[in-house]
Structures are given as C-alpha cells and as structure tokens.
Design a protein around this ligand. Sequence first.
Ligand code: MN
Length: 159
Amino acid sequence: MENEKLTKYKDKRDFVTTPEPEEGSGPQAHTFVVQRHQASHLHFDFRLEMGGTLKSWAVPKGPPSQPKEKRLAVAVEDHPLAYAGFEGVIPEGQYGAGTVEIWDKGTYEAVKPDDPEAQLESGKFSFVLKGERLKGLFALVKTAYSSKSWLLIMKEKAR
Ligand code: MN
C-alpha cells in the first residue's frame, strides 16, 4: 500500500539520475519519556527509544530546563519500550521500590539521523526533544570519569 501511494512520485523520476530519494523513512521521531521516580533517593529516569529498547539514564537532579544547564545522568540498563507508559508503585523489596510517575513524554529527533546508536557509543548524541515540559535542543555527553557518567545538557530552548 505504501508503495502504491508513491506511484505518481516514482513515475515522474529516474532514480538512477536524480539524487532524490526513491523511498525510505527519512528522519524519524521516536519516543522519549522522563519518569519521576521516588525510590530510596528521588531521581528522574530519562529514556530514549532507540534500536528497539529504551536507552536509560538516571538523572538525580532532573533534566535541565535552561540553555547551558548540565545535569549528571547515570547510564542504567536498557528498558523495554513498554516502560515508556509505566506509572505505578514498585513494591517494597523489589528493585527500585517506590513510586514512578510520568513527568514528561513526547518525541525526539536525532540531529544527525544516521546511526544514533553509534553516536551514543562514541559518547556524544544531540537531539531535539518535543515534550510537554522539555522542548529544545539537548545533548548527552559521556564524561571522562566513568563509562556510566554522562551529562545531559540543554543547548537551546525551543521558542
Ligand atoms: Mn529509576
């Protein structure tokens, strides 16, 4: 069905000659979520949908809200995509026992759409957040201190 919709577009072009794309999805919006997690220590869990899971960081002080603000973000294990919709109480005795609330949710787009996972692997990833609270250009940058320590930086606020 997808292809049928593009028949007119394709008929008009010779893709051997023109540099225009024949098909493909182009830059894509993916889900991000921030969960306020009142566990033994209050923190915010920042998660980006990538490669079929949610890449996750625990941000003790919460995400930055002003340009040039940086917040420590500790990389934690990937979470399943379904976790982006999770709110509730993790029972006493379970890992992360406490209350989880969705603090913000929306979509993000990588500034460079090519292979976001490789960008993360290299220690720097820039992206635009379109949430209810968080809107603008952000970056995650790995610090030299440890492989788990990152900075979540707000670069520009969306108008
Ligand atoms: Mn947590």
